[in-house]
Design a protein around this ligand. Structure first.
Ligand code: MG
Length: 352
């Protein structure tokens, strides 16, 4: 048999229809998904807007662009949310992927004014993952499920070949009941803006661990259900600043309500360690994910009362801004005002 010499030249070795490299479009004008599409900023907003063009508009459900959708059932509303969790490292100071996954979905129901009644648990596990670690993740889920009286009522388990996922990926969905659904676009001119605690702690705790910075900082990962329960009747709007951080959610809240939000920089609670690591890494603290905080709007006459209630849970809860006529999000600093931009580009990946 003759030896066949094969010259490979100018061959496109990229599998058809898939582009793992940078660049949103190829020479044929095909678009490709980038990490930035999952970052919670401008690109993700645009991608989801594209989904909505393809998917049929729900007839009875509302709020598909909110943290959870709702279905009016007479005197109360069924509220439904889902989220997937990919995090590195899987175990971090203040939590692990299990705690993150159950708290995240409970929080998305809570910011809509709902009391969760049940949760689903979808696990995608990499072949070779230690069962003891899996049990540890499940024990974290069980502990939150018991405390928040939100049982895992259904689930699914898949195992993929080595490299298919990094360790474990979790999806949780949750349902709950709300007497009154809170809309994240409900801000009114004159409202005060409050935050339930220090910002950026989840992202910085994880990044510090990834880069081996010695810090005692813990992730803020926790359920915010109890805190919201004590103040929810006063809230005009509410949202948890997860991916995209405070900047992304304030932009969403301002855009939906057609108002301007003025954020008072000196009032925003930021721990020293968070400030230090953001400075080293050149990150904006306003773009970092929190996993146990919420931002809400309240009418001015209730602001002090709501703040006092929130401070019982977290001393760092604060009044951080106000709602004015206009549009956009403005940061009021010691030296004057500047625009707080909507995050864009590749934000910190795999943290929630
Ligand atoms: Mg959310």
């Amino acid at each position: 048999m003759k030896n066949v010499k094969c010259k490979i030249k100018n061959v496109n070795v990229r599998p058809t229809g898939y582009c793992a490299t940078a660049g949103l479009k190829d020479s044929m004008n095909n678009k490709f998904i980038q990490l930035s599409h999952g970052g919670g900023g401008k690109e993700m907003e645009a991608l989801i807007a594209d989904f909505f063009k393809i998917l049929p508009r729900p007839v009875q459900w509302s709020g598909r662009d909110q943290d959870a959708a709702s279905l009016n059932c007479g005197k109360r509303n069924l509220v439904f949310s889902t989220d997937s969790y990919i995090v590195e490292p899987l175990f971090f100071k203040g939590g692990d992927i299990g705690k993150l996954a159950i708290c995240g979905t409970i929080n998305d129901l809570a910011v809509r004014g709902a009391e969760p009644i049940g949760i689903s648990l979808g696990l995608i596990i990499e072949e070779g993952f230690p069962q003891e670690k899996l049990n540890q993740v499940l024990r974290s889920i069980a502990s939150v499920a018991r405390r928040e009286k939100t049982p895992v009522v259904t689930g699914d388990t898949k195992v993929v070949e080595r490299g298919g996922v990094k360790g474990i990926v979790i999806n949780t969905s949750g349902v709950g009941w709300a007497e009154k659904v809170i809309d994240n676009g409900g801000l009114c001119v004159g409202d005060q803006i409050l935050v339930s605690g220090g910002i950026g702690e989840h992202a910085i705790a994880l990044l510090a661990q990834r880069f081996n910075y010695g810090t005692l900082l813990k992730s803020d990962c926790q359920s915010i259900l109890a805190e919201i329960r004590t103040v929810r009747k006063y809230l005009t709007a509410c949202k948890d600043p997860t991916r995209g951080g405070v900047a992304a959610i304030l932009h969403e809240m301002a855009r939906k309500a057609k108002v301007k939000i003025v954020l008072n920089e000196e009032q925003v609670p930021i721990r020293k360690e968070v400030k230090a690591v953001t400075e080293i890494l050149g990150l904006s603290v306003y773009e970092l994910a929190c996993e146990g905080r919420f931002i809400c709007g309240v009418r001015p006459r209730f602001a002090r009362q709501v703040l006092a209630r929130l401070k019982k849970y977290n001393k760092k809860a604060a009044l951080i801004g106000r709602v004015e006529k206009g549009k956009d999000v403005i940061l009021q600093t010691r030296f004057g005002q500047r625009a707080l931009p909507m995050p864009e580009g590749k934000l910190v990946p795999r943290i929630c």
